[in-house]
Design a protein around this ligand. Sequence first.
Ligand code: KG4
Ligand code: ZN
Length: 347
Amino acid sequence: MIVLGIESSCDETGIALYDSEKGLLSHVLHSQIELHAEYGGVVPELASRDHIRHLVPLMEQTLQQAGLTQKDIQGVAYTAGPGLIGALMSGACVGRSLAWALGVPAQEVHHMEGHLLAPMLEENPPEFPFVALLVSGGHTLLAHVTGVGQYEILGQSLDDAAGEAFDKTAKMLGLGYPGGPILAKLAVKGVAGVYRFPRPMTDRPGLDFSFSGLKTFALNTWQKLQVECEGQTEKLEQGQADVARAFEEAVVDTLSLKCRRALKQVHCKRLVIAGGVGANQHLRQQLKAMVKKEGGELYYPRIEFCTDNGAMIAYVGCLRLMAGESKALSIDARARWPIDELPSIRD
Ligand code: KG4
Ligand code: ZN
């Protein structure tokens, strides 16, 4: 079955074609970074308008890349939530209308399920069961995954998501948008150990996270540094990198510690990391080392499939369509949608 996938939940328009027999056929992505950069964050109304502008040309491009035509599409999958409602509606309307016009089924896809199963698109995919660390701009959660749609949430962030904390801290440090990758790049220049930030909620049992205090800690450190380094540009720049490094280390250490705890709790050796923050090299390295020490294995998608993309949506849509899921023609999109409410697929 050949499925066209549409991702439009936030600031990236992603389209892909997935074939249940041949795998991923093609995928294209349009990023809205330039559009939102001057505002320092995503402007929802602008995001929706930009998705609308690009969806159809990108679908055409994706078909061309795969050497296919509309007639080859046997199903359409689109992100139905969670995300920005206007942005979701853009993809949902185009997706379901296209499916109706072609006379093929359409499938709603949960954005986080897309992230969670993105490592399945790689050459050496993880087998079930595994523990998944989902770290994106909107979510941070640990789940015990025993099959498609079988997600037991072990812990999640009680306030900011990890990506959100990266973005907000970057903004406070006067770095641009999107904050996460810019802060990570700066952190490489930082000296380890100059500052030590807390590792929130690691001193008590449990698998929940809290990152908002860390952001405040970074702000206080940065403000003090600005006073101390008045008129000394070079010293201030180095200090900014040291703060970025200390922040990144605190987030990475915290995530790594909770992942180890989760693996032990459910007696599992396989760890999957997915979502935008999964692109962070420092996090990947530390998790790899931790999992190796525990005698387990770490799985993650290629960098471009860590952040938002159409491939993960086409893949999940294909799995669910092949399992016979169906829904009335009405178009729904959900800003909020708990991942553990998804139906499971049994082989
Ligand atoms: O999964 P994603 O593309 O979108 C959501 O579903 O939210 O994740 C985006 C998040 C942003 O917060 C971004 O700053 C963060 O992932 N991110 C990173 C890195 N690359 C993206 N955070 C830290 N280090 C990175 N290299
Ligand atoms: Zn995402």
